[in-house]
Design a protein around this ligand. Structure first.
Ligand code: CUA
Length: 154
C-alpha cells in the first residue's frame, strides 16, 4: 500500500538529513588527522603534543596551535588567551579530553568539532592584529554555555 511507501520515504529523508548535517559539521575544510602516528585517546593525551598544548612556531610566519577542549575550558584559550603574531599562517590541531566539544573562532571560517580520540586540523591566516572569541558550539554538559576563550593576534 502507498502508506507504507510514504513511511519508508519519510524515514529515508530523515536519515539523509541527519547524514547531511553530520557531514556538514565535520566535512569541508576540516580534515580529521592523526597527529601522533597512533590514535589519540583521552587517556594518552600525555604522550602527545597535547600534553603541553599551546603555540609552536614552525617556520617564518607559520605557527601550530595545539588545543585541548574539556569540560568546560579550552587549553590554551580560556585561562589565558592564545597569542599569535599578525601576518601569520596558523594551523590549529584540536582534540577533546572528555566529551565532544566545538571550536569556533568567531568572525573567521574556523569552526570545527573537538572529538575525543580524533584531531581536527584547520589552517587560517591572520593578517592584522585582532581579538577573536573562541566558542564551544556543541552541547557538552552543564557548563557548556560558559565554555569560551580568546585568541589574540598581536
Ligand atoms: Cu564544550 Cu560545549
Amino acid at each position: 500500500r502507498y502508506e507504507k511507501l510514504w513511511t519508508v520515504a519519510a524515514l529515508l529523508l530523515i536519515v539523509g538529513l541527519i547524514a547531511t548535517v553530520t557531514y556538514g559539521a565535520v566535512g569541508p575544510g576540516v580534515t580529521m588527522v592523526d597527529d601522533s602516528g597512533g590514535t589519540v585517546d583521552a587517556q594518552s593525551l600525555g604522550d602527545t603534543e597535547f600534553s603541553d598544548p599551546g603555540v609552536t612556531q614552525v617556520d617564518n610566519n607559520e605557527y601550530e596551535v595545539h588545543v585541548v577542549a574539556r569540560q568546560f575550558l579550552f587549553q590554551p584559550g580560556t585561562a589565558e588567551p592564545i597569542r599569535v603574531p599578525a601576518n601569520s599562517e596558523v594551523t590549529f590541531y584540536i582534540t577533546a579530553a572528555d566529551v565532544v566539544h566545538g571550536f569556533e573562532l568567531a568572525g573567521t571560517n574556523v569552526n570545527t568539532m573537538a572529538i575525543p580520540g580524533q584531531v581536527a586540523e584547520v589552517t587560517v591566516r591572520f593578517d592584522e592584529p585582532a581579538q577573536y572569541g573562541i566558542v564551544c558550539h556543541e552541547y557538552c554538559g552543564a557548563g557548556h554555555h560558559t565554555m569560551a576563550g580568546q585568541l589574540v593576534v598581536v
